[in-house]
Ligand binder design. Structure first.
Ligand SMILES: CC(C)(COP(=O)(O)OP(=O)(O)OC[C@H]1O[C@@H](n2cnc3c(N)ncnc32)[C@H](O)[C@@H]1OP(=O)(O)O)[C@@H](O)C(=O)NCCC(=O)NCCS
Length: 153
């Protein structure tokens, strides 16, 4: 398996992350504002992990959230891999790395929501052991349904 160098993002790279999101997320409402990204990078209950390519550019990123519910549960809030690096196991590696942080932080479960039409993402989560548990009707800004996935850690 290919080895990746995971870097925990710091707020000085927010501008870079915004550029990365423009390449990765085709739906404009799926891109986060500078304020949201800064909050997600700095809040103690969230972590943004990036991978850089050989030229130092961000090639992939994932954001995880810790939720201290009755059953502590992590949420893979966002994940993206630039098209040039797709289908090389980068997304799956990021999911595993976020899950490692969830476990380390006491989370017992992990979940994710994915656009119903987003076959690559749905397959990626399914391949990594996530089980479809329901439909979130009109969940996204364009009223597309979301699919909810859960996995025990
Ligand atoms: C979803 C995404 C993160 C997957 O990243 P990735 O690095 O290509 O994923 P992996 O290489 O780990 O793929 C794992 C599995 O997912 C499935 N998969 C990935 N891309 C696929 C595609 N285009 N079509 C069908 N299945 C796909 C395959 O089962 C794949 O395993 P395989 O290559 O052994 O068959 C990437 O496509 C992406 O960034 N998409 C745009 C942003 C997005 O939609 N993010 C998710 C919502 S927040």
């Amino acid at each position: 398996m290919e080895e990746f160098n995971f870097i925990v993002a710091t707020k000085d790279i927010v501008g870079e992350l915004m550029e990365f999101e423009k390449i990765c997320f085709e739906h404009v409402p799926d891109r986060f504002s500078k304020r949201s990204l800064t909050h997600l990078i700095t809040a103690p209950t969230s972590r943004t992990i990036i991978i850089r390519d050989q030229n130092g550019r961000i090639s992939a990123a994932a954001i995880g959230l810790l939720r201290h519910f009755l059953i502590p549960s992590g949420r893979v809030y966002k994940i993206g891999v630039i098209p040039d690096f797709a289908r090389r196991g980068v997304g799956s590696a990021l999911v595993r790395e976020i899950e490692r942080w969830f476990r380390e932080s006491g989370m017992k479960k992990t979940c994710a929501e994915v656009r119903e039409s987003n076959t690559p993402s749905r397959r990626m989560f399914e391949k990594n052991g996530y089980v479809e548990t329901g439909t979130l009707y009109c969940f996204y800004a364009n009223l597309e349904n979301g699919i909810k996935y859960w996995k025990d850690l």
